[in-house]
Design a protein around this ligand. Structure first.
Ligand SMILES: [Zn+2]
Ligand SMILES: [Zn+2]
Length: 339
């Protein structure tokens, strides 16, 4: 019993300190200090050239951005999500190395087993790094797309879209259910791809990382990725934005204008949105505000943020079930044979 209590307490403490660790020391985090710092340098440079944007200092120090109810809720979510993941939701966390080991042992049992020399391993390592980045980016897009298209999932994703201001912490403003589903898909894919490469080519084919982050993601984040959830309007120009999601394009995704709804769901690459017809390249500064429209105000309450998605999802499921039962009762059954 004492062991259980001390374990629960230490998990609580680790979870509560996780946001500080992510900011200070984790290059896989989207608000790692280096990405925020490089983002601010980029923003200062762009805003020095575009006086019409309102000035770098004025935009950065806007009180609303950092101290509004929306921002404070971002900070609360930033702390409670890792606490929940490490405590009451720890059972739902998938470990990618277990997935990888399972794939390797399954493929080995099927007779797939290989090894390559060091020279080939370097080239294959680059291929693995690229494969992981591209597959991860596509799955992020696809899961995000499903969270927009499936009404039951949209109820959970509303939490992210209810942000009224964007500061760096808004990147983590997601309902814990969305965090778990997305992490399960991405972690499984990461384990499967690693497993396939290891089974085919051996253990010494490794991912190219910078301080633990996939090098492609590191470069993307360093080049302004952290500005996606910031008050700065930064575009890459229409030519680049056909390929890469700029901070401005993600801000379009958060815009409360109807014509911007369900647009630009990509993580790093814009190709998925282009392929599936959801790309919107901004022509000038098109946004006026962020949020869900009328419903946004409701999400100023943490109770609504955490509980309402479950209630709304259950209501939709009940409605769907009732409709299906009604449809099934209308469908004519097989005609009874007449004797
Ligand atoms: Zn979205
Ligand atoms: Zn966002």
């Amino acid at each position: 019993m004492l062991d259980w209590i001390s374990d629960a307490c230490s998990r609580l403490m680790v979870g509560a300190l996780m946001p500080a660790y992510d900011f200070l020391a984790d290059p896989t985090s989207r608000y790692f200090w280096l990405y925020c710092a490089s983002g601010l340098v980029i923003a200062a440079f762009v805003y020095a050239r575009h006086k019409e944007y309102g000035g770098f200092g004025t935009t950065l120090l806007n009180r609303e951005t950092w101290a509004s109810k929306s921002a404070i809720n971002d900070y609360i979510i930033l702390v409670i999500t890792p606490v929940m993941r490490l405590t009451i939701l720890s059972w739902a966390t998938i470990n990618w190395t277990q997935v990888k080991d399972f794939v390797v042992s399954t493929l080995t049992a099927l007779g797939v087993s290989g090894t390559v020399n060091d020279g080939t391993a370097i080239g294959l390592g680059a291929a693995l790094t690229l494969a992981l980045f591209v597959v991860d980016d596509f799955l992020r897009w696809y899961v995000h797309f499903l969270f927009h298209r499936i009404p039951e999932l949209w109820e959970f994703h509303k939490v992210h879209h209810s942000a009224e201001v964007l500061n760096f912490a808004t990147a983590e403003r997601h309902h814990p259910v969305e965090v778990l589903i997305t992490a399960a898909v991405l972690t499984t894919a990461y384990g499967v791809i690693n497993g396939i490469f290891i089974a085919l080519f051996g253990e010494h084919v490794t991912v190219t990382t910078v301080a633990g982050a996939n090098i492609f993601l590191f470069v993307f984040n360093l080049a302004g990725g952290a500005l996606r959830h910031s008050p700065f309007w930064i575009t890459f120009g229409p030519r680049v934005e056909r390929w890469i999601i700029s901070p401005a394009m993600h801000q379009i995704h958060h815009s409360d204008k109807v014509e911007h709804f369900d647009r630009n769901m990509g993580g790093s690459l814009a190709v998925w949105d282009r392929m599936f017809g959801t790309l919107h390249i901004p022509r000038g500064r098109e946004i006026e505000g962020f949020g869900l429209g009328e419903e946004t105000r409701d999400f100023r309450s943490m109770e609504v943020i955490l509980i309402r998605p479950f209630q709304a999802c259950a209501q939709l499921l009940r409605k769907r079930f009732r409709q299906q039962t009604k449809d099934a009762s209308k469908t004519p059954g097989p005609v009874a044979a007449e004797f």
